[in-house]
Write a protein that binds this ligand. Structure first.
Ligand SMILES: [Zn+2]
Length: 542
């Protein structure tokens, strides 16, 4: 559907935004395919067939709909594809939870989508797939064409497996937050033991809201944990229980110095992890660990050591040889923070990767590394890569690496069509960033694209470019209602400059002659608000 955002799971007739990828866009793993279609399809069961009892249990709709695409991709493409999907949910969850930790079963929770997916993944781990799916079958058949609460799901699991998951529910469904582990390791060669001091450092800072409702972040999350200790004689495995704010784990039988220590082996717990380790342990984990979250964590630690040649070597090895694109992509991204001496070789090689995501990461890293070779590679990539996303990233990186030599590429990128206009968007943002006033006429000719060209004109006008200001004024009475709305947005951007008297004066003179009543009313409201000293972006005026 046009003029629509996202998807809506109407019973047996889902509606989707009209962003159907073209053949070339599929290599960039579009959200439309990766998430939107399977998410809305899953709603036919979770949401439509069984519907949440009330808004406080909405995660039963959205958490399951967000969980199921990972199951689909895992089934279709293998375990790494599922881990890849949930790693992205993890990034979303951390961003949302940092703003406000919320229980899954709560009214108006923002994190029901990614947290729901991640908690269901933990639940599947805890029960095992056979018992998990048998329980889901019970849940769906018990509540078919009817409603359900969070506890109905727990009861379905209890009836199917005999497992009473009240502790899991209290921590992960009715409680907020997640465990933040701070781990330190000490090896005792005489005793052949490795001792881990494990602290849970999450804090409960939540207050009651105006309705008196208060959620809690548990002081202690209780759960099983596995630790893998690599040694020259093979791996030593430890299985135990986490059940205290601070506890010591003693792992016996470690007969030679550890070469690697993986806390929560297999990444079964939704968590944050602080664990300062020698570079050699991180390098070993990155090379050996099958789990993509674990690898990403090791890459994040190595990225903090940009002057350590062993860290650079470990990342370069992963960038070239890791068996899944996401690890190669993340290793290349990390190399962008190292010096050109060690990073340029592996980053340049990554431009030939079969995955467009890895090539896109290489392009972004080249933008950070800069220099003649980077600029030449970026220009070549813009001309020859067949991925829309990579070419768009090359435009952005070129602006960052060498603003003086980016102008001709920006001009060509403005005329390059692509899926969801990613290349044109990169060019428009580059023009705004470089204040490339030579492109004002091009931007004015693109005003119907979306709000971005008008916003770029607004940025140029805010910096005092009279030509850009005139281009906005000339289109404030455009025949196309969308263009008039975008132009008003451009004026709003221009009015954010502290000294905006010239912009406001031009808006007033243009508004005086407007023939379209909707734009006239919106422009007058904006002018009135500015004259009262209000912000240009507040309120509704279009
Ligand atoms: Zn949904």
């Amino acid at each position: 559907m046009a003029d629509f955002f996202g998807g809506m799971e109407n019973v047996s007739a889902t509606t989707l935004v009209d962003w159907l990828p073209d053949a070339r866009a599929y290599q960039d793993r579009p959200w439309y395919l990766t998430l939107l279609i399977p998410h809305e399809l899953a709603h036919q069961w979770f949401g439509d067939y069984v519907t949440t009892e009330d808004w406080a249990n909405l995660w039963l709709n959205e958490g399951f709909a967000e969980f199921m695409p990972g199951q689909y991709w895992g089934h279709k493409l293998g375990a790494h594809a599922a881990q890849d999907y949930y790693a992205d949910e993890y990034r979303q969850y951390m961003a949302i939870d940092a703003r406000k930790p919320m229980a899954l079963a709560s009214y108006h929770s923002d994190n029901i989508y990614p947290k729901g997916a991640l908690v269901l993944q933990m639940l599947q781990d805890e029960l095992g797939p056979t018992r998990f799916w048998a329980s889901i079958h019970t849940y769906l058949t018990r509540h078919a064409y009817s409603n359900a609460t969070s506890d109905d799901l727990r009861q379905a699991i209890l009836a199917t497996t005999g497992e009473n998951l009240s502790l899991f529910w209290s921590e992960w469904v009715y409680g907020a937050g997640y465990p933040a582990f701070d781990v330190t390791a000490r090896y005792d060669s005489a005793q052949a033991t490795l001792r881990l001091e494990v602290k849970q450092t999450q804090r409960d800072t939540l207050h009651a809201d105006s309705a008196g409702v208060q959620f809690h972040v548990p002081e202690v999350f209780r759960m099983p944990v596995a630790v893998r200790v690599g040694t020259a004689q093979g791996d030593v495995m430890y299985h135990g229980q986490l059940d205290a704010r601070e506890q010591t784990i003693t792992i016996a039988g470690v007969r030679s110095a550890p070469t690697m220590v993986v806390f929560d082996d297999g990444n079964h717990v939704l968590k944050a992890l602080t664990f300062d380790q020698p570079t050699a342990w991180l390098a070993a984990q990155l090379a050996r660990d099958e789990n993509l979250w674990d690898r990403a964590w090791a890459i994040g630690e190595l990225a903090k050591r940009p002057t350590d040649p062993d860290a650079a070597t470990a990342l370069a090895t992963a960038a070239a040889h890791a068996d899944y694109y996401l690890t190669r992509q993340q290793a290349v991204e990390a190399l962008g923070g190292f010096s050109s001496d060690v990073a340029m070789g592996p980053v340049a090689a990554a431009l030939k990767d079969t995955s467009s995501a890895v090539r896109g990461a290489a392009v972004a890293a080249l933008g950070k590394l800069g220099g003649d070779r980077a600029v030449s590679l970026l220009r070549d990539t813009f001309d020859h890569d067949n991925s829309y996303d990579v070419r768009a990233a090359a435009v952005t990186a070129l602006v960052e690496a060498d603003s003086a030599r980016a102008h001709d590429v920006l001009a060509r990128a403005l005329r390059t069509p692509s899926y969801r206009e990613v290349i044109q968007h990169a060019a428009i943002q580059g023009i705004a960033r470089l204040q490339d006033t030579a492109r004002v006429n091009d931007l004015a000719a693109m005003l119907a694209l979306d709000a971005l060209p008008a916003q770029a004109l607004g940025v140029l006008a805010a910096r005092g470019d009279a030509h850009a200001l005139e281009a906005l004024a000339a289109h404030l009475d455009d025949e196309r209602a969308g263009v008039r709305r975008y132009v008003l947005t451009g004026f709003r951007v221009a009015l954010t400059r502290p000294d905006h008297s010239a912009v406001l004066a031009r808006l007033k003179s243009a508004a005086a002659g407007l023939t379209h009543a909707d734009t006239k009313a919106a422009a007058d409201a904006l002018i009135a608000r500015m004259e009262k000293g209000g912000p240009p972006a507040g309120g509704r005026d279009n």
